[in-house]
Design a protein around this ligand. Sequence first.
Ligand code: SF4
Length: 243
Amino acid sequence: MYLSHSKTSHYEKCPFSYYLSYNFNLKCSANKGMEYGTINHNTLEDINNLIISGKDVEINRELIHCIVEKYVKEYDFDKDAIESITDNLLYYWDEIGSKIEVLESEYDFRLIKSNHILNGSIDLIYKQDDKIHILDYKTGEIDEEFSETYKNQLYTYALALKDDPKYKDSDFGNLQIYSINKRSTFNIELEEDKLTKRAEEIEKVAERILNNDFKERAYKGGEIPKTCSKCMYKFMCIPKNQI
Ligand code: SF4
């Protein structure tokens, strides 16, 4: 069976919600936040690919603005929003992008294990101080609830690269989340025991999905978990007077 980080983390948050999303294809439509994320990711991918191509192009505000406008066309964003996206991406370029050696952008991986195949795409792999760094761009809020999910995401990527013939013998640096809105980097130390633990957790998720184990719900009565308050299926689990 095929797994990805988002599938694994969805199952870990709530197997019942996973079941509804993937077995009945009940998925929510894109919202403003997702569109915003897509524009930022696509623009950064273009910039990083320009660097990788080795073309002698100056990355400046005009160029970034031009790329943002290309992607924003499909959505309904006003002028102020376009300027704000451009400013944030220019800040990223000045403070980080221009100072690193970009190796890969949107790097696709496939990790074959005994009971699953893990697929995914890594936003950025770069080299600095002779170490390989894995970085994921985020546009949403980075609160405590999500920090564990982000750690798991980066550990999943590290597992994939440590199995990749191109990178398996590399010296890895920190795992990183770059928050485009907050203009800051969050570093996560790569620890071997946690890497092994994550591999075991993913294998366990695969096993439970293969065994059609979808009964467990995040909501067990009482206080409503954050996962549920944002869930599109809450009308199926939570009493009406508590939604
Ligand atoms: S409301 Fe909570 S328990 Fe119900 S499907 Fe959503 S996440 Fe799961």
